[in-house]
Ligand binder design. Structure first.
Ligand code: GLA
Length: 388
């Protein structure tokens, strides 16, 4: 059916604010990573999906090279010229970074007025940043009448984050948001970029995302530190055998044999990446069987590995996971995304949904003082836009 005007309250805000009608509407979903954490920048495997929370953007062209962008979330309007895209360490960097990348490829972008709203949580590890990058790209394509091929779009958005924003993220988030498919998880090989949309049986089971309400503050520093540690591991294995191009090529046996030669921290980081890749493959096979119990087990072990070997979890995420696992009908629970706060993802029987939210909500609050929130979601389509 495509995008419906009635689902865009931002249209009214746009006309009140700019005194004219918007010309384009965009919906750009958040993503959740089901399994395959911190593997994307190691040439590994991931299995994310788009979810039912989205950023919405409405916009109209201008005659000049000015952009005025109002954010409902921050209740501010930011104005800048396309000829002067400067980093300010705010949310607008994602907008400017994407515009800069579009220019670098000679796409004909002009000035515009826009309102950005939606219902996706920010700083929760659900990739609101990639959602914004892809929304801006989709919006410009619709407004100015050009088309960016999906993989070019994905890489362009990632470059905006790597180069302009300064976060050296992998490709998973932009990929999942651009190519998300309703009812499917996306099994991606981050080296070859081949992917497969795998149906997720949603009749009896459902994914519940639990937001710990701990913002991912330390996130980027630690994220980059993990990348450096992986690089040390990679260089070690490459020095043994040149054909080992990344941790993805290292077997568990080879890792174990070399245990004493590696710094213990590097050893554990490598073990996470190497075993997590195997878990993604096993989980996807389990899903196809379908063996949802095994799928849930892979999620559980993934969490333990993120917590103990990769050390990207935190107290609150661990509490959420432990509480979830005590609820009957929960097949798997793990932290999702970069870590250090944000969300967990839980595979829950539909008939236990209320009990899940009630028990986990209450007990989490009494042990942390924080009130979690829940998103019950299936897999949804990726970014969409259209002209009005
Ligand atoms: C963030 C990054 C992704 C990925 C995850 C961890 O979301 O943007 O590229 O590395 O962390 O799996």
């Amino acid at each position: 059916m495509g995008l419906q005007k009635k689902d865009f309250p931002e249209l009214k805000i746009f006309s009140e604010m700019f005194g004219r009608q918007a010309e384009a509407i965009v919906r750009s979903p958040a993503r959740v990573n089901i399994i395959g954490e911190h593997t994307d920048y190691n040439d590994g495997f991931v299995f994310p999906a788009s979810i039912n929370r989205s950023l919405r953007m409405v916009a109209a062209r201008r005659e000049d090279r000015i952009c005025r962008v109002y954010s409902t979330r921050y209740d501010t309007t930011v104005e800048f010229s396309l000829d002067e895209l400067k980093k300010t360490r705010e949310w607008t960097d994602y907008v400017k970074g994407t515009l800069k990348e579009l220019f670098a490829r000679d796409f004909p972008v002009g000035g515009f007025d826009a309102v950005i709203g939606g219902d996706l949580p920010v700083a929760s590890g659900l990739s609101s940043s990639a959602a914004l990058e892809l929304a801006v790209s989709a919006c410009c394509q619709t407004l100015f009448g050009f088309e960016v091929e999906p993989w070019e779009d994905i890489k362009l958005a990632r470059r905006a984050e790597n180069h302009f924003v300064g976060v050296n993220c992998g490709i998973m988030d932009q990929f999942s948001i651009r190519l998300g498919r309703k009812g499917h998880g996306l099994f991606l090989d981050c080296r070859s970029l081949e992917y497969e949309a795998v149906p997720i049986p949603e009749d009896e089971l459902v994914f519940v995302i639990a937001d710990s309400k701990v913002e991912r503050n330390l996130g980027n520093t630690e994220y980059h530190a993990r990348q450096k540690q992986c690089e040390r591991g990679r260089l070690f294995f490459k020095s043994i055998n040149k054909s080992l191009r990344s941790l993805r090529d290292v077997s568990e046996d080879l890792l174990i044999v070399n245990r004493d030669k590696l710094d213990p921290v590097i050893y554990r980081r490598c073990r996470h990446v190497i075993t997590e890749n195997k878990r993604v493959i096993k989980a996807v096979e389990a899903l196809k069987s379908p063996d949802m119990k095994l799928f849930g087990e892979m999620m559980n072990i993934s969490h333990e590995s993120c917590k103990n070997d990769y050390e990207v979890s935190c107290r609150e995420l661990n509490i959420l996971v432990e509480l979830a696992r005590k609820v009957p009908g929960v097949l798997g629970a793990r932290m999702t995304g970069a870590g250090f706060g944000g969300c967990t993802i839980n595979l829950v029987s539909r008939n236990r949904l209320d009990e899940f939210q009630d028990k986990v909500g209450r007990l989490y609050q009494s042990s942390t003082g924080l009130e979690p929130s829940f998103i019950v979601t299936g897999a949804e389509d990726g970014v969409e836009s259209r002209k009005l």
